[in-house]
Design a protein around this ligand. Structure first.
Ligand code: TMP
Length: 203
C-alpha cells in the first residue's frame, strides 16, 4: 500500500501530472484510487464548496479543512490503503501548513495539534511538491480559469505559501520530493514518473 500526495501553489500545474502518475502505476498493475482535498467524500466536497467561496478567518479555514480531512481519511483513504490500493491525493496536510500557516500566518502549533488528532501519526509515504515561482503560476492561472477565494490572493501571499512548502519539505525527512515545475511539460513529467517509480521500488 502506498499513499502519495501532490502539492504546490495554485497554477503549479500538478493536476495533469497526477493523471500521468496514475496511468503509470496502473500500467504496472497497481489498483489506484485518485482523490483530492478538500474533498473526496460527499461531506468533504460540501465543505470544499464553503471553503472555496465563503469568507472566513484562518482558524475557520483550518477547522474546515481538517474536518473534511477526517471524513476523507477515515471513510476513503485508510480503507483503500487497508485493501492494498495505491492512493493518489491531490493536496493533503502540507497544503494546510503552506496556505493557512504560511499564507495566512496562522499558528502552526495549532495546526500540528489538529494534524495529530486527525491523522494519529499517519503521513503520506511520498509527497511530490510542484515548485514554481508565484509569478509564473499567476500567469498560468490567468490563462486557465476564474479565480476562487484562495486563488484571488496576491503574489506576496503565494510567496509565503511557497516558502512554507520549502520549510515543510526541508523538515520532512525525505518524504517530500521537490519537482521543478518551471520547465516544459515533458521535463516535469519525467521527474514525476521517476519519483513515483522510486516509491514503487521501495515498497
Ligand atoms: P485545488 O484547487 O488544488 O483543488 O485546491 C483548492 C484550494 O484550497 C487551493 O487554493 C489550496 C487550498 N487549500 C488550503 O488552503 N488548505 C488546505 O488544507 C487544502 C487541502 C487546500
Amino acid at each position: 500500500m502506498t499513499f502519495i500526495t501532490f502539492e504546490g501553489i495554485d497554477g503549479a500545474g500538478k493536476s495533469s501530472h497526477i493523471e500521468a502518475a496514475a496511468a503509470h502505476l496502473r500500467a504496472r498493475g497497481a489498483d489506484v484510487l485518485l482523490t483530492r482535498e478538500p474533498g473526496g467524500t460527499p461531506l468533504a466536497e460540501a465543505l470544499r464548496e464553503l471553503f472555496l467561496h465563503r469568507p472566513m478567518d484562518a482558524l475557520t479555514e483550518a477547522l474546515l479543512v481538517f474536518a473534511a480531512r477526517r471524513d476523507h481519511l477515515h471513510t476513503v483513504i485508510l480503507p483503500a490503503l487497508a485493501a492494498g490500493r495505491t492512493v493518489l491525493c491531490d493536496r493533503f496536510t502540507d497544503a494546510t501548513f503552506a496556505y493557512q500557516g504560511g499564507g495566512r500566518g496562522f499558528d502552526t502549533g495549532v495546526l500540528s495539534q489538529l494534524e495529530a488528532w486527525v491523522q494519529q501519526g499517519r503521513q503520506p509515504d511520498l509527497t511530490l511538491w510542484f515548485d514554481v515561482p508565484p509569478a509564473v503560476a499567476a500567469q498560468r492561472r490567468a490563462a486557465a480559469r476564474a479565480a476562487d477565494r484562495l486563488e484571488a490572493e496576491d503574489l506576496a501571499f503565494f510567496e509565503r505559501v511557497r516558502a512554507a512548502y520549502a520549510e515543510r519539505a526541508a523538515a520532512s525527512g525525505g518524504r517530500m520530493v521537490r519537482i521543478d515545475a518551471d520547465r516544459p511539460l515533458e521535463g516535469v513529467r519525467g521527474q514525476v514518473l521517476a519519483a513515483v517509480g522510486g516509491c514503487e521500488r521501495t515498497r
